[in-house]
Design a protein around this ligand. Structure first.
Ligand code: NAD
Length: 240
């Protein structure tokens, strides 16, 4: 009996960008990242937006559209940002993955196009799974908007949804094209975590706070979400 056996390696490149105000038209970080996958035509892009972010920053969709209009020679937003619910509930069914797939089909998103997730880790996991499984892998960019996701899933290579009562039962390892990371985190979520960590009598850390803290300690100071911690007053000017 003859047999062929070979080993092979697949290498990936993951870029992590550190920036603030990513959708300010004068901020060229996102445009430059997306333009790297060039084929001479504007890059078709679809944006999946966390519902809670869209409610706390009602102008976010408009700002995203303006960003793409400003850079329309290189970027093409194929439709207004698609708002889906964030948080763990969004991972508890296949519904939102399928919803994103149907948009990718409708707007002819191909392997040279981009799916950008903007939101917490749960939303990024759902958008990432949809991107990884459409056409066997559409380019995916993660823009994290919570403290944990800025330190973890925003720069991670996994995605997934929950099933059969098990967390991340369905998922893939698929390095995103890029992750984007704010250097100082002052989201409502981070204020909540900071509050928890500041309570003198509480000796318990939430799993999210623990994960954030461990990731933060492993990062250099300039990128540390807790670089300015503890925060006395919330920064109301926080914008993605
Ligand atoms: N893929 C990975 O590598 C990886 C790594 C770690 C964790 N995770 C996953 O990440 C998830 C946890 O992520 P999380 O801690 O970011 O929480 P989350 O995604 O559950 O978000 C928490 C809440 O904050 C809301 N939100 C998000 N951004 C906001 C903003 N800027 N303003 C107001 N509300 C906002 C969300 O809608 C949600 O209701 C878990 O499902 C976990 O499995 C994935």
């Amino acid at each position: 009996m003859s047999m062929i056996r070979r080993t092979f390696q697949v290498s990936y490149e993951l870029q992590v960008q550190f920036t603030k105000n990513v959708f300010e038209p004068t901020n060229l970080v996102l445009k430059t990242v997306l333009d790297q996958g060039g084929n001479g035509r504007p890059h078709k892009t679809i944006v999946i937006l966390d519902e809670a972010l869209a409610s706390t920053q009602p102008d976010i969709s408009r700002r995203i559209e303006t960003y793409f209009e400003t850079h329309s020679e290189q970027l093409q937003l194929v439709c207004p940002p698609i708002i889906i619910e964030g948080g763990e509930r969004t991972k508890n069914s296949y519904f939102h993955v399928s919803e994103i797939h149907s948009h990718l089909d409708r707007y002819h998103i191909d392997r040279h196009s981009y799916v950008i997730g903007v939101g917490g880790g749960a939303l990024l996991d759902v958008a990432g799974l949809a991107a990884a499984t459409a056409h066997r892998g559409v380019r995916h960019v993660r823009i994290p908007t919570t403290t944990l996701s800025q330190a973890d899933s925003g720069v991670g290579v996994k995605n997934g949804i929950n099933a059969f009562g098990k967390k991340n039962f369905i998922g893939t390892f698929a390095p995103p094209f890029a992750g984007s990371f704010r250097s100082t985190s002052k989201s409502p979520r981070s204020r909540l975590l900071n509050c928890n960590l500041n309570k003198r009598r509480s000796r318990k850390l939430t799993p999210q706070a623990a994960a954030t803290l461990s990731m933060s300690l492993a990062k250099p100071c300039a990128t540390n979400p807790f670089a300015s911690w503890p925060q006395e007053t919330p920064d109301k000017s926080f914008r993605i």
